[in-house]
Design a protein around this ligand. Structure first.
Ligand code: FPP
Length: 233
C-alpha cells in the first residue's frame, strides 16, 4: 500500500472556534498549540515522514499587534510544554520561512528547538513560520539567478533542479494537504510544491481536529487514485 510521506496542514479556525465557545481568540490559539502536539504524535505513530504545519504566514503580520505578539509567543509555549516528549519520540524540528523578521526571542526559541532536535531521526515536524509561497518562489529565483551569474548553474535548469532552491528541498513531495475550518483557499502556502498534491478541505476547526479525524483523512487519501497526469495501466 502507498505510504504517506509528507502531509501539510493549514491550521485554520482557532479564532472562530474560540468565538463559538464564548472565549477570546487567544484561547483558541492556545488550544491550537496543544493540537499541534496531538496531531504530530499521531502522524509520528503513523510513520509519516514529514508533517508541515502553517503556523504564521507572511500575511499574518497584518493582524492586530496584540494578536501578532501572542502568535509569536506560541513556539515558546509549545516547546516548553512538549520538547521532552518530542525528544522521546525522536521527532526533528525544522522550519520553512524566514527567521529574519521574526522577533529575536521567538527566533531564538525556534533555533534552539531546531538545534536540539537536529540529530533526531524520526518524523520531521516542519513549522512554516513567517512563510509565504510567493516569497519563497521569488527567493528561489533570486538564488538561481545568482548561481547563474557566478557560473554555478546553467540556463538549462529543469524542474527537479529548480526545486532544490526551495525551502522544502530536503523533503519528499507533499502527498496530502489538509485545511481545517471550511475555507477553500491555499493562502499562499506551498504553491510550487502542491502541483500533484491531493487536497482535503475539512469542516472541523483546528482545535477540534482530532488525531482520529487526521487518521481518517489520511486513510481517505490512500483510497484515492493518483495518476499524476498519466493513466493507470
Ligand atoms: C488560523 O486560524 C491560525 C493561525 C494564523 C495560527 C495557527 C497557529 C496555531 C494553530 C498554533 C501554532 C503553534 C505553534 C507551536 C507555533 P485563525 O486564528 O485565523 O482562525 P479564524 O480564521 O477562525 O479567525
Amino acid at each position: 500500500m502507498e505510504q504517506l510521506q509528507h502531509v501539510a496542514i493549514i491550521m485554520d479556525g482557532n479564532g472562530r472556534w474560540a468565538k463559538a465557545h464564548g472565549k477570546v481568540r487567544t484561547q483558541g490559539h492556545l488550544v491550537g498549540v496543544d493540537n499541534v502536539r496531538n496531531i504530530a504524535i499521531k502522524a509520528n505513530d503513523m510513520n509519516i515522514k514529514v508533517l508541515t504545519v502553517y503556523a504564521f504566514s507572511t500575511e499574518n503580520w497584518k493582524r492586530p499587534l496584540e494578536e501578532v505578539d501572542y502568535l509569536m509567543k506560541l513556539p515558546a509555549l509549545f516547546f516548553n510544554k512538549f520538547m521532552k516528549e518530542l525528544m522521546e519520540k525522536n521527532i526533528k524540528i525544522t522550519m520553512i520561512g524566514e527567521m529574519e523578521g521574526i522577533p529575536q526571542e521567538t527566533a531564538k526559541v525556534l533555533q534552539r528547538a531546531i538545534d536540539e532536535t537536529a540529530n533526531n531521526t524520526g518524523m520531521i515536524l516542519n513549522f512554516a513560520m513567517n512563510y509565504g509561497s510567493r516569497r519563497e518562489i521569488t527567493l528561489a529565483a533570486k538564488k538561481y539567478a545568482l548561481d547563474v551569474l557566478n557560473d554555478k548553474a546553467g540556463l538549462d535548469i529543469d524542474e527537479k533542479e529548480f526545486g532544490k532552491y526551495f525551502m522544502t528541498a530536503d523533503f519528499p513531495e507533499v502527498d496530502l494537504l489538509i485545511r481545517t475550518s471550511g475555507e477553500l483557499r491555499l493562502s499562499n502556502f506551498l504553491l510550487w510544491q502542491i502541483a500533484y498534491t491531493e487536497f482535503m478541505f475539512v469542516d472541523e476547526p483546528w482545535p477540534e481536529f482530532t488525531p482520529e479525524r487526521f487518521e481518517y483523512y489520511c486513510n481517505e487519501f490512500l483510497k484515492r487514485d493518483r495518476r499524476f497526469g498519466g493513466i493507470k495501466q
